[in-house]
Design a protein around this ligand. Sequence first.
Ligand code: HEM
Length: 427
Amino acid sequence: MTETAYHQIRSGPPPIPAGCPVDHGFSPLAAEYVADPYPIASAIRETAPVVYAESLGFVMVSQMDLVTEVFMNPDVYSSANVQDPVFPITADAAAVLAAPDFDPVAVMSNRQEPDHGRIRNYTKLLFSNRRIQTLEPYIRRRANELVDTMLAAGPPADFVASLAYPLPGEVVFRFIGFPERDDQQLKDWCANRLAFSWGQPTPTEQVDITTNMLAYWRYVREFAAGKRAEPGDDLASELIGYHLANPDDLSYREVESILYGLSFAGHEPVTLLIGNALVSLLPRRDAWQALVADPTLVPKALEEVIRWNSPQIGWRRVTTCDTTLGGVDLPAGTPIFLNLAAANRDPHAFDDPDGFDISRPDAVKNISFGKGNHYCLGAKFARFEARIVLEVVLDRLPTLALADDRATVPFPNISFRGPSRLPVTWG
Ligand code: HEM
């Protein structure tokens, strides 16, 4: 086993690969791109599908076949950098993470083979249909309660604050086994983690975020110790059970690190998916009405949302050896930015790729959950949860409408996208 730290703090980018075209203007953090990445991403895909993005220090890849080639060749394109800050962090923030007991290890998205496969063999058991389905009554009840509260306060409401933000955290915390009384504390600790690994936080924000990460890791370790002493019917207890039965194959530190990573992966993108579903569907009244009339159409509609307005529009890799991609030579150590937004709108992958069609037959071919050995372990979970939420909303709020479509701008970062506020009205 070769263990590496969960978050690696890197220095500046390596030199531009010789012969690689350079884009001096593109930035995934620019206001125009954050507001609507698709026209910019598509234009770059058509002119320079493999291009060095100067603002990031990454080589950006945007055609579906090239993105797929990267995902499917983990020996050449390592995922070691996917949880690291995009830009170097300050010495003060690094000092917080240098605490001797801050020692989560790379376990899933950022762990390499063969260890990744060894660990994934255990974690995939945690996402059984049985365990996921036990959540349905809880998701329905909480979605209804949150809608009740929103209705009682009357329109307009911020749908993100009312439902899309609180619910997915609560659901994944119940799944893992965190007690309800810690929900708010956990949400606070996870807040801005997105900015740490995928955004460009200010020096002060970096210290706040790393302080939260340290507190959260300490909490996870204490929580795991409690579950070890007193197991329950939850993911954490099941995972600890795998360690106890196979202590030489799955280490206790790996168990703690899986819990650390899952709580973030398990709710932030679902919040964004629910928000993106409403941003995409509410202005299209025909599509919305079709779903109100026949909620069995929801899974297909959600798949189109995941393609057309993905909660995850970029991901990363780094080359492990000299290689060539799309005719461009890349030396070992080249950071790669996979532009999933561009790939999901690639005309070679989808007919009329910019059109939003809730009955698109092949929307499921989207690349939003990745592909290959690291394919999102929570894809089934995310689809299941979002489906139930949408069913509840269609049933309870058939007249729901956007109150102000200018107030939906997402938080600037290189990977995740969805409204940070969503003013809605009804009745
Ligand atoms: C719509 C919501 C979601 C999206 C778009 C999404 C997307 C992704 C992507 C792009 C990856 C990386 C794939 C790669 O590197 O090849 C990933 C990995 C992962 N996701 Fe998700 N995810 C979502 C929800 C979830 C949820 C709800 C959970 C857990 C409850 C989860 C757990 C994971 C895990 C554990 C991995 C790492 C898998 C591995 O490395 O073997 N995700 N996800």
